[in-house]
Design a protein around this ligand. Structure first.
Ligand SMILES: [Mg+2]
Length: 360
């Protein structure tokens, strides 16, 4: 089984006896925030690490994908954020919303998008042809037109509600999303009893909190989702259902990241099959949990051929309270990383050693 190869390497340190590889049979999934940058500030070890990952022309020696749960900006903005470290293409950046590209059956429909930043640009970049924002919905002022039924807004949301990231003015977004869900997409109409199951909800980035420059973690999109789920349940007595949840630790995200890694290897004509994925992150509940969950999935579906390994850069250790999403059961075994290293530079060194990789 391909799955155990990386593990057996890890127990034998034989750099001079082993055959050194010049072509990669592995790939990296790097978390961004907390591993490469902290807020807008670069982490020094990232620069050293990146020098090892590229050749003298700046070309990557290994397939690399940057996987972030951020969702309120375009891929290019994240790529630009890393440009002080390294020139990377937007094709190497995976946002929490990136897997929405695969949901083509919603692309032609009118979808309500929630979040902040350039929401319409993000939606259109992902393939959505008819996105409508909370602000636009609010500007339609459905209540003012509610007396004259003929002037009530027509169907505004026929396809789905897409939650990209935490919005500003949560009360407005919560109110209007609830309106859309309880009226089957006709937010100008009164609530209906028969609006269940509600129209599909697709959500990106389940992080309850995230680390920025502040001393303590900040509310993330997961906190907004907790509010939405609880309000929906309080009003209807029923569970809010998600058509899809994406962003780490969801399987969808790792599947998409694997697809990007393989696409890079193919583009570079690296003939060795990619056998191992190394996930480097600082959050045990997202980076480590997600990598281990996907590892378990690959082992169960036997023969898929890729084994993600979780390696946190420094971060709080121990067993924190479960901050994962409602729909993800908590398995303590999945928060244990395979390796713990001081920083991303040490992670790169370790992986090169485990893989006997010597590109130079
Ligand atoms: Mg992080």
């Amino acid at each position: 089984c391909l799955c155990s190869l990386a593990l057996s390497h890890s127990s034998s340190f034989l750099p001079f006896l082993a055959r050194l590889s010049v072509l990669p049979s592995f790939g990296f999934l790097f978390d961004i925030d907390g591993v490469l940058v902290r807020g807008k500030t670069p982490i020094p070890a990232a620069r050293t690490a990146f020098q090892k990952l590229v050749d003298s022309q700046g070309q990557f020696l290994v397939p690399v994908v940057f996987v972030t749960n951020a969702g309120n900006c375009l891929r290019q903005k994240k790529a630009d954020q890393l440009s002080h470290l390294l020139g990377i293409s937007q094709d190497q950046v995976m946002m929490s919303h990136s897997p929405l590209r695969m949901f083509k059956h919603y692309h032609e429909k009118c979808v309500l998008v929630s979040g902040q930043g350039p929401l319409l640009d993000i939606a259109q970049d992902l393939g959505f042809c008819q996105p409508i924002t909370i602000d636009t919905l609010r500007e339609k002022r459905p209540l003012l037109d509610a007396v004259d039924h003929d002037r009530r807004p027509n169907v505004l949301v026929s396809g789905a509600v897409v939650l990209f990231g935490e919005p500003v003015r949560w009360e407005t977004s919560l109110q209007l999303i609830i309106d859309v869900l309880l009226t089957s997409g006709y937010p100008g109409n009164p609530y209906e009893q028969e609006s269940y199951p509600h129209i599909p909800v697709l959500a990106c980035n389940m992080d309850l909190m995230w680390v920025a420059e502040a001393q303590s973690p900040r509310f993330g999109h997961g906190t907004f989702m907790v509010c939405l789920e609880n309000i929906y349940k309080k009003i209807t007595g029923k569970e809010l259902k998600y058509e899809a949840l994406m962003g780490k630790p969801s399987r969808l995200t790792y599947q998409y990241a694997e697809h990007l890694i393989r696409a890079q290897a193919l583009q570079r004509s690296w003939e060795q099959p990619i056998q191992t994925l190394y996930a480097v992150g600082d959050n045990v509940m997202t980076d480590v949990y997600g990598a281990n969950l996907y590892d378990r999935y690959l082992r169960a579906s036997c023969g898929a051929g890729c084994v993600p390994r979780a390696q946190p850069a420094p971060g709080p250790r121990g067993r924190p309270a479960f901050h994962g999403h409602r729909d993800f059961g908590f398995d303590p075994a999945l928060v244990e990383p395979d390796h713990i290293v001081p920083d991303v530079d040490a992670a790169v060194d370790l992986v090169f050693r485990l893989e006997n990789f010597a590109p130079h």
